[in-house]
Design a protein around this ligand. Sequence first.
Ligand code: NDP
Ligand code: PYC
Length: 343
Amino acid sequence: AAFAQTAETGTPVAFADLVALLERIFLRHGTSERVAAILAENCASCERDGSTSHGVFRIPGYVGSLKSGWVDGRAEPTVEEAGPAFLRVDAANGFTQPAFLAARDRFLEMVRDNGVAVMAIRNSHHFSALWPDVEPFAREGLVALSFVNSFACVVPPGGKAAVYGTNPMAFATPVAGGDPMVFDQAASSMANGDVRIAAREGHAIPAGSGVDRDGKPTTDPRAVLDGGALLPFGGHKGGSIAFMIEVLAAALTGGKYSREVDWSAHPGAETPCTGQLFIVIDPERGGTGAFADRVAGLIGNVKEAGQDRMPGERRYARRVRTLRDGIPLAPARLAELRALAGD
Ligand code: NDP
Ligand code: PYC
């Protein structure tokens, strides 16, 4: 589970009101109306679902990147067809989600026509969770995989220098009679956002998560952030996944490797400018005629075997609660957001 505890107490804010507040913040800091609307919906959705490490906690970082001139909040992406089932997208140093959405309709046509398609996005700032990118594909009957690299803060197993980003990947599949099964996980022991939340709240991080600046194991989140690094999850196996994600999200797309991200001339910037790859498959092309039923059956087997829940189920349950009762925000956090919006 996420290391950071999901807030369950605070001032309840309706989802639409949170979207409107975040939209005002983005607009006030120089994005276009379209970009503001997309990022506000995305970030509020993370907060709604309890993806705390990529919810409103991230707003000062978005603002820092915009104010420092590191990211272009008005970028116009370009979309290029590299083949019948391959889209190349240049986000033009803008945020990833608006570039992705600019290409999404054509991408869906390619998936329907060919059974599978790839979208390779570069020069793009992804500062969010990945599940909002893939879950909608599964709701449209498709299987989706996505990969993003970030900024160097993860050492390879046995290594001394950070080479990899926290590099998340997400997978979404339709499930007959239910919500899609979606997992969305970093290739590191923890997301960098959770380390920062632990540092802010004064909690230790689990043993085996990271090393200090001398490469020694530490449970102090400040030591990880101050010259130290995270470890991949699961030793060399997570290291290989982190490597694969650098290859797919950066080498293949033309985006920067995590270790090439250099924001030193932009104090306050926090959004890594790298790349993202999507692979989306129409499972009906498998010819079984019963794909989503078979996935539902597998989930039944997994639960009968003792796993108490599938990935995504915590988010869906929280989504139902917060859409009904409001999204709880700490009063100080709400005041900070209102100040950023100029309210
Ligand atoms: P977590 O370890 O919190 O969760 C990973 C996945 O496992 C989720 O799908 C989660 O589902 C599921 N899960 C957690 N606990 C259980 C359980 N007990 N049983 C079954 N499934 C479980 O994620 P990470 O800390 O690795 O990553 C957090 C977020 O950070 C992700 O959304 C990721 O995209 C984002 N991130 C973004 C980066 C970027 O560059 N943009 C970089 C790194 C991370 P559920 O959500 O339902 O709990
Ligand atoms: O939480 O590791 C993280 C992260 C990096 C970039 C965006 N989120």
